[in-house]
Design a protein around this ligand. Structure first.
Ligand code: DGI
Ligand code: FE
Ligand code: FE
Length: 197
């Protein structure tokens, strides 16, 4: 199938399963990720597909998301059980593969890790993670101008800025952070020190 056909098909599918705000967000992520992919020399097609599907499980009940993970043998951690808004990333990966027919491991992994990140991410994973944060419909957060510029320059530095703000935000609202978010931040902090001193 041609990229334009895949794009039309997934857009229709997402309109059926997402509410209006989430659908707008999804379009923003897909187009932002596609543009970032072009700048950073990776597959625009993969970025677009991952962007369209990254939140495909988001508007399902948490119980339903847990059932989907169980069905496909994906474990839910204790922190995810305590903070079920984290589970849509894993459930989304399952649906992308088994309902929407994605067999590309790189795309599935970008969906899987779009909420917490992980140390040593691929460019596609970083792009979906970052596009999720900077897409134009997002509320204008602190540092957004700088983060949006960095998204088209240095992916690792952009990851660092976003993870720092996310961890600070979670602390401010007294929510526990996923150890994976912490590890990812530590990883990109260290990488920045090695690279930039
Ligand atoms: O699905 P989105 O709203 O587009 O964005 P997302 O997938 O990054 O985040 C979903 C939710 O997860 C959001 O409410 C923030 C939260 N979140 C992100 N990182 C962490 C987290 N929540 C906890 N408890 N810990 C984290 O490390
Ligand atoms: Fe999400
Ligand atoms: Fe999202």
């Amino acid at each position: 199938m041609k990229i334009i056909e895949i794009s039309h098909k997934l857009r229709k599918e997402m309109k059926l399963v997402l509410n209006a705000d989430r659908f707008d967000h999804t379009l923003g992520v897909a187009y932002t990720a596609a543009n970032m992919a072009a700048v950073h020399d990776i597959s625009v097609e993969k970025a677009l597909i991952a962007g369209y599907l990254h939140d495909c499980a988001k508007n399902l009940e948490h119980d339903e998301q847990i059932k989907i993970c169980k069905k496909y043998g994906v474990e839910i951690s204790d922190i995810e059980k305590r903070n079920p808004s984290l589970i849509h990333a894993k459930a989304g990966m399952c649906l992308a593969e088994h309902r929407y027919g994605v067999d590309d491991k790189e795309i599935l992994s970008a969906i899987r890790w779009h909420t917490t990140g992980h140390p040593g991410m691929t460019d596609l994973e970083k792009i979906v993670f970052i596009a999720d944060f900077i897409e134009p419909n997002r509320k204008p957060l602190e540092h957004m101008d700088q983060i949006r510029k960095e998204a088209f320059k240095d992916l690792d530095k952009c990851m660092l800025y976003i993870l720092r703000d996310t961890l600070n935000y979670l602390k401010n609202i007294d929510k526990e952070s996923d150890p994976m978010t912490e590890e990812t931040y530590a990883y990109y902090l260290e990488k920045d020190k090695v690279k930039n001193g």
